[in-house]
Write a protein that binds this ligand. Structure first.
Ligand code: NAP
Length: 483
């Protein structure tokens, strides 16, 4: 299958924080890929903006080095790189001051889509919005892209929303959660809403439970100080896992249109029951061999910040009453993997002999590695040995089914093109972010007031024993985190 590339309208994309890690690692390489496949039209331009004293030529050198570092050699023919660099300019702008704004304004063209990517520290989001607004650089059609984290809690998220809304309409604000840009996540919607196969089964009558796992093998080395102020709940659960939960649990929207989709997601968050203290486990990793753990990496011997969370969540509505959602995320686990597993109930009456170790039907949506979908089914074991059953996985790895080129895009490049197209479907609306914080805040507050320490778990393992118990006490078990 060949990827269909539909060119976007000509644009001026300004990247504030263009010299930073995210821009060099994700945004610029992503734009290069889109350029290479000719999705960027002739007169599209990228304008880097930061305080570093570069001119455009010096910045292009930074971009070239970033591409050398983050794009495989075979994927960056020299002439394509040179043509891409010709599309790039740089202005030396200080978000906090007066420097560079006139130069930026002069560079922007009247008749092009205007987008401003805030790839800077969140403390500058409000200031940038105000600068763009008061200097008349943002037009009513301009878009801003806001990176995560979006607030630290409900109060700060509300304040940030209010700051942005002073200068931009909600329709102009694109709050990024890069999980939503993953091919598999979008496929989850296609799977549910473009097929008649699953939807009749998509409820508590047929689904026993859902497991959502986002496991990372790295620890917090190098960003311990930042992470210690955040923790897994703020860093992963409130945003990424919540988004995945919403897409699994939401009602079919009436149209595939940004507000219709986001309305349904907000309803899921608002239907979440408060999580009972016994239904949530937090942990911190520790490497017993090397006698080093989370607290060392965080540089805080007294830290109670969680590098792991597992919890049981209930969605209180007709569709899901009686079907728990188990969420789990952690650092320094056995492997890096993310998946959603929908575990179906057993048939109401089994006519075959009991099968040892039977796990039943499961639909597993893999986000990483090897994005794809697996359907576990029970079949007859081949051979003349009577009616013995076995389980097989019908596996669709997207690389195999669709071709590597087609879906190898990074989430960022897809999302940036959506911004240019003006499609907000895969971006979080302000009330969505606030609802997610309103749900997460009391849990974090409870921990703050608790004398209980996070449970310790082995680096390279599957998380604390207590998280296994969370499942066992319900007669269920987690799927394995890698082999
Ligand atoms: P970073 O490496 O620290 O880069 C920050 C950028 O902001 C630099 O280009 C810096 O350049 C610029 N900057 C700082 N102060 C400025 C000012 N007053 N005016 C104009 N530019 C200024 O940060 P990052 O890792 O790229 O992260 C950027 C944003 O993305 C943050 O909100 C972060 O939370 C979010 N994010 C990052 C990642 C990631 O993987 N890195 C992942 C998810 C989300 P100068 O010093 O030259 O001004």
């Amino acid at each position: 299958m060949v990827a269909r590339v539909i060119p976007v309208s000509p644009f001026d994309l300004v990247i504030f924080g263009a010299t930073g890690d995210l821009a060099r690692r994700k945004i610029l390489p992503g734009l290069f890929h889109r350029f290479k496949v000719e999705q960027m039209p002739e007169d599209a331009r990228i304008i880097g903006a930061a305080r570093s004293e570069f001119d455009s030529a010096a910045f292009r050198k930074v971009v070239r080095e970033s591409l050398e570092q983050f794009v495989g050699e075979a994927d960056r023919p020299a002439n394509t790189v040179e043509q891409f660099l010709e599309r790039i300019d740089y202005v030396n702008v200080d978000a906090m001051g007066d420097k560079g704004w006139d130069a930026l304004s002069d560079l922007l063209r009247e008749d092009k889509v205007r987008a401003f990517y805030f790839s800077v520290t969140p403390s500058l989001f409000g200031t940038l919005a105000e600068q763009l607004h008061k200097r008349g650089i943002a037009t009513p059609e301009s878009r801003i892209v806001v990176e995560k984290p979006f607030g630290h809690d409900l109060e700060t998220a509300k304040a940030l929303n209010a700051d942005l809304l002073k200068c931009f309409n909600e329709e102009q604000i694109y709050r990024i959660d890069h999980y939503l840009g993953k091919e598999t996540v979008q496929n989850l919607m296609a799977l549910r809403f473009a097929n008649s196969l699953f939807e009749p089964l998509w409820n508590s009558t047929h689904i026993d439970h859902v497991q959502i796992t986002v496991a990372e093998s790295l620890g917090v080395e190098g960003r311990g100080e930042y992470y210690d102020n955040s923790g897994a709940m703020r860093d992963m659960v409130q945003n990424h896992l919540m988004q995945l939960l919403c897409l699994i649990a939401m009602e079919p929207p009436s149209r595939f249109e940004p507000n219709a989709v986001r309305d349904e997601k907000v309803k899921v968050i608002e239907a979440l029951e408060p999580v009972a203290p016994d239904d949530i486990v937090r942990g911190q990793y520790y490497d017993w061999n090397n006698r080093v753990g989370y607290k060392d990496h965080a540089g805080n011997p007294e830290s109670r910040t969680e590098s792991f969370v597992a919890m049981k969540v209930a969605v209180a509505n007709w569709r899901w009453a009686g079907t728990p959602f188990y969420l789990r995320t952690g650092k320094k686990l056995r492997t890096r993997m993310s998946e959603i597993a929908v575990i179906f109930r057993d048939p109401p009456h089994m006519i075959f002999p009991k099968m040892e170790g039977r796990r039943g039907n499961a639909l597993v949506i893999r986000l990483q590695p090897d994005e794809g979908i697996t359907l576990r089914t029970t079949i007859k074991e081949p051979g003349p040995g009577g009616m013995r059953l076995t389980e097989v996985a019908m596996d669709m790895t997207f690389d195999d089914a669709l071709g590597e080129d087609l879906h190898a895009q990074d989430a960022y490049e897809r999302l940036i093109m959506d911004v240019i197209r003006g499609d907000q479907t895969l971006f979080m609306r302000g009330d969505e972010v606030e609802s997610a914080w309103a749900w997460a805040d009391p849990l974090i507050e409870n921990w703050k007031n608790s004398t209980q320490r996070p449970a310790s778990y082995d680096s390279g393992g599957s998380g604390p024993e207590e998280s296994m118990m969370l499942m066992h006490q319900d007669g269920r078990r987690w799927r394995s985190v890698g082999q």
